[in-house]
Design a protein around this ligand. Structure first.
Ligand SMILES: Cc1ncc(COP(=O)(O)O)c(C=O)c1O
Length: 372
């Protein structure tokens, strides 16, 4: 989408910008890492909630896109994206109906299953519509949020195999609980331990069934670690595209104090609106535009380095300035790296696309609010 605004300083704040140079580098680096490990990338749209960005990920080489919820999948399929995997349970009749409506538009749609009741409901609903569907077995490797216990996984897989309208294509093993472990070495050990719980299950299914070819796993924090697990066939990483403080602050293979592989493509612009106090200014972005999770937003850019954002209510933030830095005057636009990108993005309708200081376009956050 084109925009009439030409410069970053023309944007009204608070608003989200995507720095295309950093975004494109992030997408290229992840795709290259996955490709050189001989694996596939099906990035998660739960992070960015944007079909235009999902399309860019596919153009960069992704085989499909993950969705957290049925309504996200609906929006992605309606936007023409294919190869969608829904990574969470679809347990109720209303949602199953919506799922099958999407399947009718996109036969490549997949979902995960972790319970006999869901297997039965989905199989019966597919039968009534004369359809069948590819599914993955969701294996709980320690997050305990969804997924079948590893000790019960083969039994559930056999149950799925006995249902006429379901085609078991493999497994999902998402270890969300290890993604932000600060130490790279500890994260590596933890992620390997988790995935090793799923490996024998995948091997067993592979040995029984030629069509069981998918082992989907990983998040941004363990992408390079999980690429070294031979059985993993594809990554379902999300945050790497936009990035946030929560991720930038964990260690990486190169540097145990910061996460170096990906840069902060997503930033929130906020304006200085009051300068009447000593030592700090008030900016126009608070809890209603920055989701309070994952730490504190961070000032971006060397010009203002040394300044610190603090939570200051619903509509405002406080930015403290050390004595050696001149207080920015009213009207100054500051850029913040958000503390947790996913829920912050879900507060906005659009990304403004920038190259340097130039505004070059707009992408609607069209999956915003798709939480059903
Ligand atoms: C099931 C699932 N897969 C993948 C991801 C992507 O993880 P990340 O944003 O850490 O890359 C998430 C994120 O919460 C998730 O819930």
């Amino acid at each position: 989408m084109k925009t009439s605004l030409k410069n970053r300083s023309d944007l009204d704040t608070p608003c989200l910008v995507l720095d295309l140079d950093i975004l494109e580098t992030n997408l290229r680096k992840m795709q290259a890492a996955v490709h050189s490990a001989g694996k596939n990338l099906r990035p998660h749209a739960k992070t960015h909630k944007c079909s235009s960005l999902a399309r860019k990920q596919k153009e960069a080489g992704a085989i499909g896109i993950c969705a957290a919820k049925v309504s996200e999948a609906e929006a992605l399929v309606k936007a023409g994206l294919r190869g969608i995997l829904i990574t969470g349970p679809v347990p109720t009749p209303g949602k199953i109906k919506r799922l099958i409506d999407i399947l009718a538009m996109d036969p490549s749609l997949m979902t995960v299953l972790d319970h006999r009741g869901c297997v039965d409901r989905l199989n019966a609903a597919l039968g009534e519509r004369g359809l069948s569907m590819d599914v993955l077995l969701d294996v709980d490797v320690g997050l305990h949020r969804t997924g079948v216990k590893p000790s019960e996984a083969i039994e559930l897989a056999e149950y799925i195999l006995s249902r006429e309208n379901l085609h078991l294509r493999g497994i999902q093993a998402y270890a969300g609980q290890v993604q932000h472990i600060p130490s790279f070495d500890r994260r590596k050990i933890a992620s390997h331990q988790c995935l090793q719980e799923a490996v024998p299950i995948f091997r067993e299914l592979q040995s029984r069934l030629e069509t069981c070819t998918i082992f989907s796993a990983s998040g941004t924090g363990t992408f390079d670690i999980d690429l070294s697990v031979p059985e993993v066939t594809e990554l379902q990483v999300g945050s790497y595209a936009c990035m946030d403080v929560e991720y930038l602050d964990i260690g990486s293979a190169e540097d145990d104090r910061q996460f170096t592989p990906f840069g902060p493509a997503l930033r929130l612009l906020t304006t200085v609106v009051s300068t009447n106090q000593r030592g700090f200014v008030t900016v126009d972005a608070g809890l209603k535009s920055l989701y309070r999770d994952g730490g504190t937003p961070r000032i971006f850019g060397s010009e203002y380095s040394g300044m610190t954002y603090h939570w200051f209510g619903d509509e405002y933030g406080m930015v403290t300035c050390p004595d050696n830095i001149e207080i920015p005057p009213i009207g100054t636009i500051l850029e913040l790296v958000t503390s947790h990108c996913d829920p912050t993005i879900n507060l906005f309708d659009r990304f403004h696309l920038i190259r340097g200081t130039e505004v070059v376009g707009v992408w609607p956050i069209d999956l915003r609010g798709c939480s059903q």
